[in-house]
Design a protein around this ligand. Structure first.
Ligand code: M6R
Length: 615
């Protein structure tokens, strides 16, 4: 949930830290802080409640002396509110030592009691300051061995954490550790970096090392050492970062979200690229891994939020093409019951960040019970793919806005690819040529929706800026899109929104309909099923009869909806499994335009962080 960056090298570190934090701010924006060891070897620190801009302003007003070793943090509050005191870094050992943290230290209360009994006093309400104080005490007791003290401390902590620390008596050294929380190393020339993810340092280097669970790293300008928590050296896995720095910048766009919505044709095209051969889908990363799909009798897809809605679309596609039963499980519900899984189960996890704690825990739970695991992920070097037997990367590029858009489209695309790949491997598909052609045509069709509906939907949102509640209805693969449309609206415009399966309407939700209630209805193509189409048209009539303001998303040429719709948003013709990728686009634009009309920050909505790395 928090963003972490560390630097050692020849350059002044403050600007590097602030630029890294700007690219990590999507992870949390309650407060931010930096600590730097200056040229004279003394540690300076500044932290501020509020967005990163508050910290920048404070540094402009009164600069910190700069140095070549530093750590920076942007916070999403867990223990203690978003105040200056609770912001990171936290200091210890007479303010000579600074420490930052992402995660939750579960045994912090008992450690705090122990330290209080030892005469330590605290300035914040955070679990992090406890870790800092523990490190300060250990450092003094062991005669100033920072790495040794750090190792002793991480072994005492329970919970999930990424920690970075430095001490003014050791300029040019930053130590870090991770347990169930992200940390990657960026390798420079005579300089090295640490970051919650590669966005922290892509401006400086594309060479990276992934650190495993329960590992400790020390970086100096010329060396990187990785050990386990016992101090035994381990080999970190190198990788080249495929994202480029420009992709993580806003460019001329009004918001990251606007940019990312517009990037969907590219995100989908990049996710498909290299995975179609002739009229078949062959995912090269799954080459030689057919055993993942043979001998299983069910699939569970697990994820959270938007990723879980993509999973619901995947369920329809995989069941149709691979002829296997698919259940979709919210990751946080999955492992807290006693699900029936074993080596005949394939558990597919979906995560843009690859770090969502609930999803990570679900993957670990599944592996421990003998299930085969495959992840769909957008972030190289992330934990979830490392914990899985196989990974299919989405190639959406960095997604910075908290509201997921292009990653959602890329996730559905990866699931469609996976369904067709699996169907081929299992011999369940005779001819995939029509679906492969549909896949290939998607980027162009998404671009068409963006072009043709942007203005219309933005205008619609402007008219509805005072709306207090919006409902979304869909059937079949339209149902997950209704859920996603409602989530987008909730999270960035703070308007009450609900998505329903259209068939559920008469079982309760229709009671919500009163004159003027806006309802988006996702109408499936009559070409796919005249029956399903006619059912949805009946639903429209039912809500219209009760005064709803009906906004229909329907394919070009579907005239059956015209008599009952107040507004019609058109999408191009597409196969049933491909329609969701077109229908979601106007809903994203609507949420974004409505939030903008209300004067809200669409990239950093209140209370949220992009990557939920705590349970
Ligand atoms: O990084 P992940 O895909 O695992 O994130 C899962 C959800 O937290 C995420 O999709 C969230 O629901 C988004 N804010 C929705 O826009």
């Amino acid at each position: 949930m928090c963003g972490i960056v560390g630097y050692v090298g020849p350059r002044p570190s403050q600007d590097i830290l602030l630029a890294g934090l700007a690219r990590l701010e999507y992870r949390g924006y309650d407060s931010a802080g930096v600590a730097v060891i200056d040229g004279d070897g003394s540690l300076g620190m500044r932290k501020k409640a509020g967005k990163l801009a508050m910290l920048r302003d404070s540094l402009k007003d009164a600069a910190l002396p700069d140095g070549n070793t530093g750590i920076g943090h942007t916070r999403w509050a867990t223990h203690g509110g978003p105040t200056d005191e609770n912001a990171h870094p936290h200091l210890a050992d007479d303010d000579k030592l600074a420490l930052i943290h992402n995660g939750i230290i579960e045994n912090f209360a008992s450690l705090r009691d122990e330290l209080l009994a030892d005469g330590v006093s605290f300035r914040s309400e955070t679990d992090t300051e406890v870790a800092a104080a523990l490190l300060g005490r250990e450092y003094r007791n062991n005669g100033g061995d920072l790495q040794g003290a750090f190792r002793a401390v991480v072994n005492r902590l329970e919970g999930a954490f990424t920690l970075l620390a430095m001490h003014e008596e050791h300029p040019g050294l930053v130590v870090g550790a991770r347990r169930n929380s992200p940390l990657v190393i960026g390798l420079g020339e005579g300089e090295n970096f640490l970051g919650s993810d590669v966005a922290a340092f892509i401006e400086h280097t594309r060479k990276a090392l992934a650190i495993g669970q329960d590992q400790i790293v020390s970086i100096t300008p010329d060396a990187v050492t990785v050990t386990d928590f016992a101090g035994t050296p381990v080999e970190a896995e190198p990788f080249d970062v495929s994202w480029d720095a420009a992709a993580a910048e806003k460019g001329g766009w009004s918001s990251f979200m606007a940019k990312e919505v517009a990037e969907q044709p590219e995100a989908v095209a990049n996710t498909i690229r290299g995975r179609i051969q002739g009229d078949q889908v062959i995912i090269p990363e799954l080459d030689g891994l057919d055993e993942l799909f043979i001998g299983i009798n069910r699939i569970i897809i697990t994820a959270c939020g938007t990723a879980a809605y993509s999973a619901l679309v995947g369920k329809y596609a995989i069941e149709q093409w691979a002829r296997l039963p698919v259940d979709v499980e919210l990751a946080h519900e999955f492992r807290y019951r006693d699900p029936v899984i074993g080596d005949d189960t394939l558990v597919v996890s979906i995560s843009q960040s690859g770090e969502t704690m609930d999803t990570l825990m679900a993957v670990k739970y599944a592996s421990e019970r003998g299930a085969r695991t495959l992840s769909i992920c957008n972030t190289q070097g992330a934990t979830i793919p490392r914990e899985s037997d196989a990974v299919v990367y989405t190639h959406a590029g960095p997604e910075v806005a908290v509201a997921s858009t292009k990653a959602f489209s890329a996730q559905i695309t990866a699931l469609l690819l996976l369904g067709l790949h699996m169907g081929r491997v299992r011999g369940a598909i005779e001819d995939a040529s029509v679906d492969v052609a549909e896949l290939s045509a998607l980027p162009e069709k998404i671009a068409k929706v963006l072009e043709s509906e942007q203005e219309h939907v933005t205008q619609l949102a402007g008219w509805m800026a005072d709306t207090r509640s919006v409902l979304f209805l869909g059937r079949h693969v339209g149902f997950p899109i209704a859920l996603e449309g409602a989530l987008k609206l909730k999270e960035i415009s703070y308007i009450h929104a609900e998505g329903f399966a259209a068939g559920e309407l008469k079982h309760g939700p229709i009671a919500l309909i009163e004159p003027g209630q806006p309802v988006f209805v996702l109408v499936p193509s009559p070409r796919h099923s005249a029956l399903v189409h006619s059912k949805v048209v009946s639903n429209i009539q039912e809500i219209r009869a009760r005064g709803a303001r009906v906004i229909v998303v329907a394919e070009e040429g579907d005239a059956a909806v015209l008599p009952f719709a107040d507004e019609v948003i058109r999408i191009p013709l597409a196969g049933a499994m491909f329609e969701p990728l077109l229908a979601v686009v106007p809903l994203q634009i609507f949420a974004m335009a409505l939030a903008t009309a209300k004067g809200l920050d669409v990239d950093q909505p209140r209370n949220l962080a992009k990557s939920v790395t705590v349970e």
